[in-house]
Design a protein around this ligand. Structure first.
Ligand code: FAD
Length: 520
């Protein structure tokens, strides 16, 4: 056994030397004992954003966490090499975060998918949970837990993202105000650190690693397994959409729901309706006819450029017989009765709603296009100013395709020990604003795409400037310079750096985030 490990080490050193030579791409699979590195593929160089394409030197498709541990131990022991490693979940990043130029990409979907569900029985101490491997998609976890009537509590809008990928960021959606982000709903993690150590961690065991990894942008370790909190799954969902022409009324009602009616509603989101086209495209998954709403918002007789706001909320039914009285909620809200629609849908269909849009966009060849997305957290006190900044900026765009999400979450549902970054202001109500633009190649040239990216940078610059009164922070942050990262982390920067030095001392992990440079 020792001899085999010695041979693996020697062969691996030869491989690392080869990587340092000008001809660095491996031509065929290479075996290092239990480690088998594969030739780089197109998919290992790409992500959903289609803005960056960094080709790795090799790909690892691990069959076990031990293979990941061996790879990182070997790299940590070879002090002359500058090879980096990126875990890749579903590759749904926008800015190359799961890429590793000339490094090694670990495709996490190859880990044997394992979902073990523990249902808490009456009288037992502790909640129900699922142990699930890091490369598993949330939709796979949902399908398994629903078989036994359980479900995770906190979601993202889109379910075809990996467990490890969203836990490295936050994982937010319309349930976040109630249960916190996905990173607030994890009980335990198995992690391979940058030095190759396999560690089980939780809030009470190796807690610094646990909190570092949650929202840690892949910097401290690779999540090979996560224990996700579960609860009883609802039967059905009442899904409501109400339209507003006044921004203040819209956000007041959103805040009413997430603060005062927190116990009555289960999901709150909202979006801006820029024009009739965006009303129709945002309604693909919502199975109600727009025939009574569309003419009220966009009458044929006028060519007004007015925009609207759509508040979306949902209430879960926990039994077949349950009756939901919407009046109890809506009588305190400010929307006009003629501008509200509600439908009842199956719980799975509700959570999987973005897939309807995906199918539609794929059919029109508009899914695999560039996505100059921008997501910002904005405190309540800065949201009106941010809205003005955003609408003024995009009014100069040649086109706008894609939704603009805008909804509140509550800061006290986030654990400040995690690595995730929220605005530092005192407000407990924080808005997430997602400008989810697509660059349709037939209407948006390379120059147009560059213009959209420029607009995003300008919005970030203004919204994060200390004197502009917005105090925003990027969600799924993208920066390229150390001083930008330092400003992004603010008071959390020293802790973030200390954790990096401790858990990934050679800066091997997640080079695509462009926070730290690989050390020798
Ligand atoms: P990847 O892109 O593969 O990786 C992201 C980062 O995590 C990289 O740095 C990577 O190295 C690291 N990483 C990946 N796996 C692991 C692991 N196992 N251990 C450690 N590090 C790892 N986000 C929300 O919060 N809410 C939403 O509603 C939402 N909707 C989205 C809808 C779409 C259509 C898309 C494309 C994205 C959406 N996102 C949303 C963003 C998404 O959560 C992030 O991009 C997330 O990182 C994607 O997960 P992934 O598995 O594709 O990660």
């Amino acid at each position: 056994m020792e001899l085999a490990l010695f041979c693996t080490r020697v062969n691996f050193l030869v491989f690392l030397l080869a990587l340092s030579s000008p001809c660095k791409f491996i031509q065929s699979p290479m075996d290092f004992g239990p480690l088998k590195l594969l030739q780089a593929t197109n998919s290992a160089s790409l992500d959903f954003g289609r803005l960056y394409s960094n080709t790795p030197s090799a790909v690892l498709r691990p069959q076990s966490p031990e293979e990941i541990s061996l790879l990182l131990s070997l790299l940590s022991a070879s002090s002359f090499s500058k090879v980096t490693v990126a875990a890749k979940g579903a590759g749904h990043s926008i800015n190359g975060q799961a890429q590793a130029l000339n490094g090694i990409v670990i495709e996490m979907d190859s880990l044997p998918s394992s979902i073990k569900i523990h249902r808490s029985v009456d009288g037992e101490f502790g909640p129900s949970y699922a142990d699930v491997s890091g490369g598993t998609l949330w939709v796979e976890l949902l399908k398994e837990t629903l078989k036994v009537g359980l479900t995770p509590r906190s979601w993202t809008d889109y379910l075809y993202l990996s467990i490890g990928g969203t836990l490295s960021n936050g994982g937010i959606s319309g349930q976040t105000f109630k249960y916190g982000p996905q990173i607030s709903n994890v009980l335990q993690l198995d992690v391979v650190t940058g030095s190759g150590e396999l560690v089980t961690c939780s809030p009470s065991k190796n807690s610094d690693l646990f909190f570092a990894v949650l929202g840690g942008l892949g910097q401290f370790g690779i999540i090979t397994s996560a224990r996700i909190l579960l609860q009883e799954a609802p039967h059905k969902v009442k899904w409501v959409r109400a339209f507003y022409d006044d921004f203040e009324d819209f956000i007041k009602d959103q805040e009413l729901l997430v603060v005062s009616m927190r116990d009555k509603v289960d999901y709150v989101e909202g979006f801006i309706v820029l024009n009739e086209g965006s009303l129709h495209s945002s309604s693909l998954a919502f199975p109600a006819s727009l025939s009574s709403i569309a003419p009220q918002l966009f009458p044929q007789s006028t060519s007004s450029h007015k925009h609207y706001y759509c508040l979306e909320f949902a209430i879960y039914y926990h039994s077949e017989k349950e009756a939901i009285n919407l009046d109890q909620i809506s009588r305190k809200m400010k929307f006009k009765p003629s501008l509200v629609h509600s439908v009842e849908v199956a719980y799975f269909d509700f959570l999987n709603r973005v897939n309807v849009e995906e199918v539609n966009l794929r059919r029109r060849n508009l899914w695999n296009v560039a996505h100059p997305w921008l997501n910002m957290f904005v405190p309540k006190t800065g949201i009106s100013k941010f809205r003005d900044l955003m609408l003024q900026t995009i009014s100069a765009s040649p086109t706008f395709e894609g939704p603009i999400l805008l909804y509140p979450i509550l800061k006290d549902k986030w654990n400040s020990r995690t690595s995730a970054v929220l605005p530092e202001s005192e407000d407990n109500v924080i808005y997430i604003v997602g400008m989810l633009r697509s660059a349709n190649p037939s209407t948006c040239s390379e120059q147009c795409l560059e213009f959209l990216l420029h607009q995003n940078r300008e919005i970030v610059k203004t919204a994060t400037h200390p004197e502009m009164g917005i105090a925003g922070k990027q969600y799924l942050p993208h920066y390229t310079q150390e001083e930008q990262w330092r400003a992004h982390f603010g008071g959390k920067w020293q802790r973030f750096m200390a954790r990096k030095t401790y858990f990934d001392p050679l800066n091997i992990l997640s080079p695509g985030q462009a926070i730290f440079k690989r050390k020798y």
